[in-house]
Design a protein around this ligand. Structure first.
Ligand SMILES: Nc1ncnc2c1ncn2[C@@H]1O[C@H](COP(=O)(O)OP(=O)(O)OP(=O)(O)O)[C@@H](O)[C@H]1O
Ligand SMILES: [Mg+2]
Length: 408
């Protein structure tokens, strides 16, 4: 079951939201609808599902509806129309009391401006939600200290927020959100107020923390690099619409429209596109089953001069060349182990292209792509990597069309 499922969600801001619907149906734009009815479209027919324990990023330009979507998820904003389910609970229909309970127990929010109480200590800030929920003092203290330790703030529990740096204050915000052990973390531009280096650190820490706590995270940003780094999947919003949902690779390799294209054109694709996306099937033979005759026949059939050798569990053992195989056969021998070359370059399916390139330059044979069990998944050759790099270069070049200076 999806952790969160959003169906045909609309949010119309203004006095007469109903007036906007016929115009939406007539295909009028957000600006036209504002002109004609005075209503602002916050969300326009958004549907998407967020998987359990997924890092789901929502991105888009300012005003595209990101915060509105996030705030509908816990009904800090009331949707105008549509359904939102958290697990199997339709939260658009629950009572006020149940809603408060949901906000306290199942989901927590981390805000851009940290939202800390300046007069409370760090620990008191973290235990605030638990206090409201009526948890006894000792117990909530303990949970606050544990949450602070998780975010690397052990020792700072009794300080005031003002004594902490921006990055540390946001860690307090994160600890507070984690303290009640929610299923879902809602993070609205949580790192946008931090300076770039601290921000990059916080992104790394969030990924590490996520590996440990395994929450469903909905993370808003308008920074594409942040989205690509953090997101398992990314939803891109424009004028209240969700224009595309996909993995970082899907969005980079297959942008749904010009708006998404404009977003991704300056991205260094080589950092995001992985071996998995560009690998092809490897010619293979299996030892000890296959001998030189089979090896030669297979290589001749597909027109290659080397083949990859795997064992009976499909674990990569090495490569053999057609010349060596012919010689082995002429010598009347059968055991391919004798001519097996084991010194070959390999990489995991998740290796980004920019890390494959140095290997490809060194490698005599295409790089073997193997998983944790050493199973051969495919191969990537130098030409494929170079073609991808070129494509990236072309994308970047389209941005620099100012005339070049001629005075030197
Ligand atoms: N309370 C409100 N009343 C009226 N209009 C609103 C309200 N909140 C948001 N809007 C409008 O809804 C649209 C979506 O706003 P939202 O805040 O969700 O955008 P956003 O994508 O989060 O932008 P940003 O990146 O600037 O935070 C905008 O056109 C905005 O003007
Ligand atoms: Mg916003």
């Amino acid at each position: 079951m999806a952790a969160i499922s959003v169906q045909n969600l609309f949010k119309i801001f203004g006095k007469n939201p109903e007036k906007a619907f016929p115009l939406i149906e007539a295909g009028k734009s957000k600006d036209e609808i504002l002109d004609e009815t005075g209503n602002t479209i916050g969300i326009n027919d958004a549907s998407f599902e967020i998987k359990e324990k997924e890092m789901f990023v929502i991105m888009g330009l300012s005003g595209s509806g990101k915060s509105t979507v996030l705030r509908c998820l816990n009904r800090l904003i009331e949707p105008t129309k549509g359904t939102i389910k958290i697990g199997d609970e339709n939260i658009t229909e629950v009572s006020k009391d149940r809603l408060l309970e949901l906000r306290r127990k199942r989901m927590s929010m981390v805000f851009q401006n940290f939202g800390l109480f300046p007069h409370r200590t760090v620990a008191n800030n973290v235990e605030y939600g638990l206090e409201i929920g009526g948890m006894p003092k000792e117990e909530r203290r303990k949970k606050a200290y544990e949450a602070l330790e998780k975010v690397g703030l052990k020792g700072y529990e009794e300080q005031k927020p003002s004594e902490l740096s921006g990055g540390m204050q946001q860690r307090v915000g994160l600890a507070r959100a984690l303290a009640n052990d929610p299923e879902i973390l809602l993070m609205d531009e949580a790192f946008s107020a931090l300076d770039p280096l601290i921000r990059a650190d916080m992104q790394d820490e969030l990924l590490e923390l996520q590996a440990e706590v395994n929450k469903t995270v909905v993370f808003i940003t308008h920074d594409l690099d942040e989205a690509l780094k953090i997101g398992d999947r990314i939803a891109i919003m424009k004028d209240g619409y969700v224009v595309q949902v996909g993995t970082p690779e899907e969005i980079l390799t297959n942008p749904a429209d010009d708006y998404v294209k404009a977003f991704v054109q300056n991205v260094d694709r080589t950092k995001v596109i992985t071996a998995q996306a560009i690998m092809r099937k490897a010619p293979t033979i299996q030892i000890p089953k296959d001998g030189p005759s089979v090896a030669i026949r297979k290589m001749e059939k597909v027109g290659v001069s080397t083949t990859y050798v795997v064992d009976e569990n499909r674990r990569l053992r090495g490569v053999v060349t057609i010349d060596d195989a012919i010689k082995l056969k002429e010598d009347g021998k059968k055991d391919l182990e004798e001519i097996l070359m084991t010194d070959i370059e390999s990489a995991s399916p998740q290796t980004p292209i920019n890390q494959l390139l140095p290997k490809a330059i060194e490698a005599k044979y295409p790089i073997a792509i193997i998983d944790d069990e050493k199973n051969l998944k495919g191969i990537v050759d130098r030409a494929t990597i170079l073609a991808e790099l070129n494509e990236n270069g072309n994308n970047a070049a389209s941005d620099q069309d100012e005339p070049k200076s001629t005075d030197q």
